[in-house]
Design a protein around this ligand. Structure first.
Ligand code: KG4
Ligand code: ZN
Length: 338
């Protein structure tokens, strides 16, 4: 076939990833997770950039190999320009520029947050892709946003967090419970055996479609400190119920706002994206919402939720089709609006 083949490279945070796409179909999707951050309770930027530097060549080579193509078939190289950690972004950027120069193919710069959303257009991301306009709840370790998507590259921010991101709320709560980083997937797993109504945490009052999660973290911390004073084994004895209750509180906050945004905008197509959309509770709640009959919801395939390069390659393809190219002076940016 003559469809262009795009190589994507993602290095914005703590995952080094590369993927190959052709005609909306993912030919390979390779990811190297960085274990070095596990015991630190968060990503250590200096360690992240070093690990990217170590991983990037083998990860890209593996993506090309698994796609079953030769390098000279690559039509363009797409890379994450931002937002993210500067030291991490620079590794992907430098490598993508060198590769595009040596292959003599166009360079394409990608907004990581747009990519999380546009991952829904990957062939096997969903049963159906959303139609425009749709709403997307983008929830990751660094961001929590409600976005109205009018077209591929026409996005409107309706609301966002005024402090911590939803993923951070999971990760910080996990740290209080003594769990490893990232705690989101661990809390998700432990919550399955827990009672979500055992502990109540108050929800923040925030205007419009904005979010706030820093108060929740403090509430959890104080509650745990108080209980542990009386019973040193409190966490151990209640771990599953604590996880289930914390998870329910976070998901309730997210669901309330996205439903309010849907009612206000009259848009009943709701998608979720970003690392926290891997959460089984939020996935269930969106599936239930769809079953209620009034909404169409879009829950992407698991591997396209947390950071990956398939989504970068997808947006690379969309930009290639529109001849939206970067030049070799393209600069990484730690903040990048939609
Ligand atoms: O999108 P992502 O991989 O990286 C960023 O761009 O931030 O999101 C990572 C975040 C972390 O905070 C992690 O704890 C959270 O997503 N996460 C989850 C789950 N899987 C990942 N949170 C809740 N439940 C999960 N299953
Ligand atoms: Zn992300």
């Amino acid at each position: 076939t003559d469809f262009p083949i795009i190589l994507g490279i993602e290095s914005s945070c703590d995952d080094t990833a590369s993927a190959v796409i052709q005609n909306n179909k993912i030919l390979s999707n390779v990811i190297a997770n960085q274990k070095v951050h596990q015991s630190y309770g968060g990503v250590v930027p200096e360690l992240a950039s070093r690990a990217h530097q170590q991983n990037i060549v083998p990860v890209v080579n593996e993506a090309i190999k698994q796609a079953g193509i030769s390098k000279d078939k690559i039509s363009a190289v797409a890379y994450t320009r931002g937002p993210g950690l500067m030291g991490s972004l620079l590794v992907g950027s430098s490598f993508a520029k060198s590769l595009s120069a040596s292959l003599d193919v166009p360079l394409i710069e990608i907004n990581h947050m747009q990519a999380h959303i546009l991952a829904h257009f990957i062939d096997d991301a969903n049963e159906n892709s959303p139609d425009f306009p749709f709403l997307c709840l983008t929830v990751s370790g660094g961001h929590t946003q409600i976005v109205k998507i009018n077209d591929y590259f026409e996005m409107e921010l309706l609301g966002e967090t005024i402090d911590d991101a939803a993923g951070e709320a999971f990760d910080k709560a996990g740290k209080v419970l003594g769990l490893d980083y990232p705690s989101g997937p661990i809390i998700d797993k432990l919550a399955k055996e827990g009672n979500p109504d055992k502990f109540k945490f108050s929800k923040p009052k925030v205007d419009g479609f904005n979010f706030s999660f820093s108060g929740l973290k403090t509430a959890i911390l104080y509650f745990i400190q108080k209980e542990v004073k009386e019973n040193p084994d409190f966490i151990e004895e209640n771990l599953n119920d604590l996880c289930a209750s914390i998870q329910k509180t976070i998901v309730d906050i997210l669901m309330e706002k996205i439903i309010a945004a849907s009612e206000k905008s009259g848009i009943n197509q709701i998608a979720i994206a970003g690392g926290v959309s891997a959460n089984s509770e939020i996935r269930n709640r969106l599936n239930e919402l769809a079953k209620s009959g009034n909404y169409k919801t879009f829950v992407p395939k698991f591997e396209y939720t947390t950071d990956n390069a398939a989504m970068i390659a997808m947006v690379g393809q969309l930009k290639f089709e529109r001849s939206i190219f970067a030049d070799s002076t393209s600069k990484s940016v730690s903040k990048y609006t939609l």
